[in-house]
Write a protein that binds this ligand. Structure first.
Ligand code: PRX
Length: 668
């Protein structure tokens, strides 16, 4: 029996040995009802993958033309459902129009509430209405000469039009690339250059805690940026389609910018879907890696759709009657796979919320769960820790009995947060699915199956069907239980990334070189004696700040692009709320004087270069950085300094030992 924990002993648990078996009542109604059933299906998916995936691809998806072969794989290239043709928007929308779901809500959207606490705008789109809007906007794209294979960049607030635009691209075979609204003009320009996008979709602004995020202004700035060679970074752009959201004044560039609502006046409601090859690209999504240049991860059509549909169905136990709320923004992979494609492919109702969790008050989320009778809630550990800090009283004001399942994603969830989520939000009755995955994996790879898997707080537990994860050492050999190592995936799966856009070599180098023949995740992990996976975090120079992936090299290159900075090294330190925080060590150019404002100037400079998400939490100035005699910055030492721990380990290769003591004293 699970040990009953109360709020008072959450923090005192160092060793995690609690096990929570699924409730019989949940299992009885679940898609997968027992551990034995999970194990049987898992075994089949590993021993006969072609049979397993072929069967599900036929039963779960609607095809224009059946596939001839389930898959081929030659490191690093996988192809799935070869020869098949289909359309993602048909699988998410049209197929439901023939069923009793046609007039049920597909999307329930709430805008940010007004500063005086008045409820925000609310819109519900049924499957039939969403289908119509997608067709209309697909026709707008066609009017702007967007066709199959063209790239479309979205830089939008979290409004229904963002999902409509993604599905409209999918309908005509255009490739969307969503850039999170918290990224800067420079980031937008870099992504336009890399993807060669033809059109930008944006809005006059978005709302965030009562303030307006100037999305269109940032696009205007992005389109003016020139590269070091003096040439525009964005010459591929032919038009900008602007949604009216905030109604404040913005610049409209004649001949380039058009209003979304005006364009809709010219088009009709019918748009025949383009029949696409299984392996035609569906989207590009940029993510951080360990070099300064963001990687355009791209996913293709059939494998991605099947995998996000099946993981939504089995991991979230999703059914058409569910009201499912994923709090992620569509700018991240979670918003793609589990806010738009997965839930809609399953005919569920997806809730979308534009604003912040504490606007106007810290009970915003709980109010929404009660109001919409949310049954499945999916959020990030950083949010859960923040809710804990705000206090249980905000939760208690609302009736959360509609909830039946909770999910977590983005970073390891600490057992204290898991227990709080379980007891306070889930009322002790909702299973928690701690889902491990990545932008690159397209969908969830390691997670409990809620009616089947006994859960352990802090562990993502066991692999999904067809997934063979292992924990290996430097030589690529599997390590014994409870030993740390690198997490690799041994076999291909349908929604794996197909590459890094325009950079085949980087695809090979980053994912396929580290451990021969296997996909390298970049994460550290251990597996316990029951085979459960415990993800430790990144082992490369990528940090996980409040559930967002930030490459230290990107922040470093933003810092050194400031005229005052000579050198910069960025490392992570543990942070109670955000998981990790960014600490930058900076040396200044000879003539520059360190004054009080410079810290803020540099933080703002990083916000301008990358976006507010990448602002260092702490900047420490130093005369020099600790380097080896061969000139490599010793990050291990900087991490220890950043965390305020005593420096241990070998410092014999350090070039100048006195640097260390001076750095330790340079704290604010
Ligand atoms: O380190 C892992 C962490 O987030 C990384 C992937 O980040 P991103 O591509 O932005 O995708 C986030 C949403 C899927 C992983 O390499 N991560 C994600 N989920 C978990 C996690 N770490 C531990 N437990 C998780 N459940």
């Amino acid at each position: 029996m699970p040990e009953k924990k109360t709020a008072s002993n959450f923090t005192s648990i160092l060793h995690e040995d609690r096990v929570f078996p699924p409730h019989a009542e949940f299992s009885r109604k679940a898609h997968i009802k027992s551990l034995a059933e999970y194990k049987r299906l898992y075994r089949e998916s590993i021993t006969s993958p072609e049979k397993f995936w072929g069967r599900h691809a036929k039963s779960e998806l609607v095809w224009d033309r059946p596939f001839k072969k389930v898959m081929t794989f030659k490191v690093p290239d996988a192809k799935w459902f070869i020869g098949g043709r289909l359309n993602v928007s048909v699988n998410c929308l049209d197929r439901h129009l023939e069923t009793q779901h046609a007039n049920k809500a597909a999307l329930i959207w709430e805008g940010e509430p007004a500063p005086d606490g008045k409820p925000g705008e609310e819109r519900t789109l049924t499957y039939r209405q969403l289908h119509r809007e997608v067709c209309r906007f697909a026709n707008v794209l066609k009017r702007q000469k967007v066709g199959k294979g063209d790239r479309v960049l979205l830089y939008m607030p979290l409004v229904p039009e963002a999902a409509i635009a993604m599905l409209a691209c999918a309908r005509i075979g255009a490739v969307h690339s969503v850039v999170f609204g918290g990224f800067s003009a420079q980031s937008v320009a870099d992504r336009i250059k890399d993807s060669g996008a033809k059109v930008v979709l944006t809005a006059d602004g978005g709302y965030r805690r009562g303030a307006i995020v100037p999305l269109k202004k940032n696009v205007d700035d992005a389109l003016k940026i020139v590269g070091p060679d003096g040439k525009s970074l964005t010459s591929s752009i032919q038009s900008v389609i602007v949604l009216r959201r905030t109604f404040h004044d913005i610049h409209i560039e004649e001949g380039r910018d058009v209003w979304w609502h005006r364009e809709l006046e010219y088009v009709d409601d019918e748009c025949p879907p383009v029949s696409l090859d299984s392996e035609d690209p569906l989207f590009i999504l940029y993510t951080s890696g360990s070099t300064g240049k963001p990687k355009g991860i791209y996913h293709t059509t059939a494998g991605y759709l099947l995998y996000t549909k099946m993981t939504s169905k089995y991991v979230f136990d999703m059914k058409p009657e569910d009201v499912y709320w994923c709090t992620a923004d569509i700018g991240w992979i979670t918003g793609h796979s589990y806010l738009v494609y997965g839930p809609l492919a399953n005919g569920a109702t997806a809730v979308m919320y534009e604003g912040a969790p504490n606007w106007p008050e810290p009970d915003r989320f709980w109010r929404m769960i009660q109001r919409h009778n949310v049954t499945i809630f999916y959020t990030a550990p950083t949010a859960i820790r923040t809710f804990m800090k705000w206090g249980t009283e905000w939760v208690k004001k609302h009736d959360l009995r509609s909830l039946r399942l909770l999910g977590s994603v983005g970073e390891p969830i600490n057992p204290e947060a898991w227990m709080w989520y379980h007891e306070v939000i889930g009322g002790g009755r909702c299973p928690i699915v701690d889902t491990w995955w990545q932008t690159e994996t397209g969908g969830i790879l390691i997670s409990p199956i809620p009616g089947a898997t006994p859960t352990k707080p802090g562990s993502a537990t066991l692999p999904f069907f067809g997934i063979v994860p292992e924990v290996v050492d430097e030589a690529g050999k599997v390590v014994p239980p409870n030993t740390g190592g690198k997490l690799v995936i041994r076999k291909p799966w349908p929604s794996m990334l197909r590459g890094v856009w325009g950079d085949k070599q980087r695809f090979r180098d980053v994912y396929w070189k580290e451990v021969k023949g296997s996909y390298f995740t970049g994460d550290g992990c251990r597996r316990d004696k029951d085979g459960y996976f415990w993800i430790v975090g990144r082992i490369d120079d990528v940090l996980n700040v409040a559930g967002h992936r930030i490459g230290t090299a990107e922040v470093e290159s933003a810092l050194v692009s400031h005229p005052s900075v000579a050198e910069a090294a960025v490392v992570g330190r543990n942070d109670e709320l955000k998981g990790q925080a960014l600490v930058a060590f900076v040396t200044l150019k000879g003539s520059v004087k360190m004054d009080g404002d410079l810290r803020e100037v540099l933080r703002n400079h990083v916000a301008r270069e990358i976006g507010p998400v990448a602002k260092p939490d702490d900047i420490r100035f130093a005369e020099a950085l600790p380097k080896t005699r061969s000139g490599k910055i010793m990050r291990r030492l900087l991490k220890q300094i950043a965390s305020g721990v005593e420096i241990v380990g070998d410092t014999t290769t350090l070039e100048d030992l006195s640097v260390l003591s001076r750095l330790s004293q340079s704290e604010e």
